[in-house]
Design a protein around this ligand. Structure first.
Ligand code: ZN
Length: 344
């Protein structure tokens, strides 16, 4: 049976936050908001289990955005005075907080939702954190004056939280690094080094997710400029193959990534994107199984995890639910096909 997982985020229910937005406003405050976040987490745990997924996430229901959720618990960051900055090499503008002093964690970041997740499913649980390089690319630095120094400072804080998440019972800790597909040379050098700092001392499974972004317009326009073959992974995968990170999540379905690039990740678990997050069209189980079949040419069965291309946060809840079902059914169909081929 193929393992299945989601990349990370899932849509927030309309009673929790604004829908189909990347930086949605919460609909409650204080203790009521805290409770609502966990209610939404429970809803998605059940939905993932019903879809037959064997690795379960919290769907990032407790954070407004995958990067800023972490930053909110970091001392030395000014959230009051956000500034507009071009991010991912100016692909789009975002209102970002500023680094104004030495960085330090105020306390635990994701304790409540990690323990809640552990308490409510028997299956393996995965928890996502933003990667150091992507954080550096999503804040304005007014203090460190050097991207590498800043990345290492964040990596140290991420490591503290990751060790605590492991103690909470998390099985897989994943770092999200969409910036790796933008600054490939830096990613292969200090980007991977910062990741190594972030996973130092962890004995649980470690993972990195590298994508072409959420299915938002700015990303869809950018992808059109990348040509017939998207070869960004080619520069970063050899460095990751040589690293201690155990799982790599990548885009596959409906992307222009040459599938043979997966072959650069020998020895790693490969989370193959078989669900498109840039389209509301629901994949059929056959389509999912076909994508898994293509990946099997380059990734051995025991190393292949069927996954989504990226997070599903900006999608509608109904579409996301249907896509999770397609993921589960498609992985089962691919397993049947493989078993059939083995006995034929
Ligand atoms: Zn992604």
């Amino acid at each position: 049976m193929f393992r299945t997982a989601i990349a990370g985020s899932l849509p927030k229910p309309a009673w929790l936050a604004e829908t189909q937005k990347l930086w949605p406003q919460w609909k409650a405050q204080g203790a009521e908001l805290d409770a609502a976040k966990l209610d939404a987490t429970l809803l998605w745990i059940k939905t993932q289990e019903d879809a037959g997924l064997d690795t379960i996430g919290d769907g990032e229901q407790s954070r407004q955005h995958f990067v800023h959720g972490f930053l909110e618990q970091v001392e030395g960051i000014d959230f009051e005075h956000k500034v507009e900055m071009g991010i991912r090499n100016d692909r789009y503008k975002a209102q970002v907080p500023q680094v104004v002093g030495p960085l330090k964690l105020k306390g635990r970041v994701h304790e409540a939702e990690a323990r809640f997740l552990r308490a409510h499913t028997q299956r393996k649980i995965k928890f996502t954190l933003p990667g150091p390089m992507t954080i550096v690319d999503t804040v304005a630095d007014r203090h460190y004056g050097d991207r590498v120094k800043l990345a290492m400072a964040f990596a140290e804080l991420l490591n503290q939280e990751a060790l605590a998440l492991q103690a909470d019972g998390v099985d897989i800790i994943q770092f999200d690094e969409p910036a790796f597909n933008v600054y490939m040379e830096d990613a292969a050098t200090w980007g991977v080094q910062a990741l190594e700092r972030a996973v130092q001392g962890l004995t649980c499974t470690t993972a990195v997710h590298i994508c072409y972004g959420y299915g938002i317009d700015a990303n869809n326009q950018w992808k059109k400029t990348l040509g017939q073959q998207w070869r960004q992974y080619e520069q970063v995968f050899p460095a990751l193959a040589a690293s201690s990170i155990q799982q790599v999540s990548l885009e596959c379905i409906h992307s222009q990534v040459p599938p043979e690039l997966m072959g650069l990740l020998k020895g790693k678990d490969v989370m193959v994107g078989v669900i498109d997050v840039a389209s509301d069209v629901i994949e059929t189980p056959e389509e999912v199984a076909d994508t898994i079949g293509r990946a099997l040419q380059f990734v051995p069965h025991r190393h292949l995890i069927a996954c989504t291309n990226c997070g599903l946060a900006p999608m509608s809840r109904e579409v996301a639910q249907a896509k999770l079902r397609a993921l589960g059914l498609g992985a089962r169909l691919a397993s049947q096909r493989l078993a059939g081929a083995a006995t034929a």
